[in-house]
Design a protein around this ligand. Structure first.
Ligand SMILES: [Mn+2]
Length: 321
């Protein structure tokens, strides 16, 4: 485990520092970046938060506005090779992290991944349910109090990423929230967590309910008319909440080709390796054992019936073993 003092030393006296989230950031990525920005500011290091893609969820947009989080698309800054990057909630060279100009000096992540040799500070703790819990440990290490806004962001992030402590949550995440609870705006956290969809999203629920294919514990649905990626994740969780369903694959056409969202609550069917096998030769994927994502860049190489068939036979094969 790396100590945060090394991170501060690494970033000290750098010309421009940027905290980069994964593309299409979620609550955890934004909150982690926000808290890190606050922490660094305490050591007179100014950092700007940047991302690639869009802010897809209204709940996240609301969190950004209510907490006054300064976050901009990366092109607003015209990055150069002399800039320094810190990647949060993702790793360098990930498919979901745009390769930007500048040197990646640090990576802070809770997804399983490797430590790149040219990255000075790598803190990867895959046993944590949220990157926000790693960032909070830095505050604890420095005995630094997060303000109300930072605490609220971290608290919200851990709730979202662990799906209210039902996914990947470790005792550390629970301890972290117990501490944040005293400082954060609990009403705002609860409102952000509770109001995760909008009325217009019901159309996609309707499509899902009418078109989902279920075979035993496996469920699949393709959205040929598109569905934003964060809603896709919410819909996948929704399917997983059905008692009979244990392994979910959703796909949608998107500007990036075809995007996949996978959920699993069966240890025999790890979401991250399953999606790699499902997309083998056509695309790529990764994530955690219980939640993962993937992408086929070329829509022409995608056939929803074929994907459904591959999934079905993979599930059957793994369960037979
Ligand atoms: Mn995360």
């Amino acid at each position: 485990m790396q100590t945060v003092k090394k991170l501060i030393k690494t970033l000290k006296n750098k010309k421009r520092v940027f905290i980069q989230t994964h593309n299409y950031p979620d609550h955890d990525a934004v909150a982690s970046a926000f808290a890190l920005q606050y922490l660094l500011k305490n050591f007179k290091i100014d950092a700007e938060i940047i991302y690639h893609g869009d802010i897809l969820r209204d709940s996240l947009q609301k969190m950004i506005e209510k907490l006054g989080i300064r976050i901009q698309p990366h092109y607003k800054y015209e990055l150069t090779d002399s800039d320094t990057l810190v990647i949060v909630d993702a790793n360098k060279k990930n498919k979901n992290v745009a390769a930007l100009k500048g040197h990646v000096a640090a990576v802070i992540d809770h997804h399983p991944g490797i430590e790149h040799e040219d990255v000075e500070f790598c803190d990867i703790r895959s046993d944590y349910g949220a990157c926000a819990s790693i960032i909070f440990s830095y505050f604890a290490e420095l005995m630094l109090e997060p303000g109300r806004e930072v605490a609220t962001a971290l608290h919200t992030a851990i709730n979202f990423d662990t799906h209210q402590f039902t996914r990947n949550a470790s005792p550390i995440d629970i301890e972290t929230v117990a501490m944040l609870y005293q400082v954060s705006d609990v009403n705002l956290v609860n409102s952000l967590v509770r109001n995760s969809i909008k009325l217009e999203d019901l159309k996609q629920y309707n499509y899902l309910i009418n078109n989902v294919y279920v075979d035993g514990i496996f469920a699949y649905c393709h959205f040929p008319y598109g569905c934003n990626k964060n809603l896709l994740a919410i819909l996948a969780d929704y399917l997983l909440s059905i008692e009979e369903v244990e392994f979910v694959v959703l796909s949608t056409l998107s500007s990036e080709g075809v995007s996949f969202c996978v959920r699993s609550e069966n240890p025999e069917l790890p979401a991250n390796t399953m999606i790699q096998q499902i997309l083998e030769g056509k695309g790529s994927g990764g994530g955690h054992v219980d939640m993962a994502g993937g992408r086929i860049p070329n829509q022409k190489e995608f056939d929803s019936d074929a994907v459904c068939r591959i999934c079905r036979s993979l599930v059957a094969h793994k369960l037979r073993k």
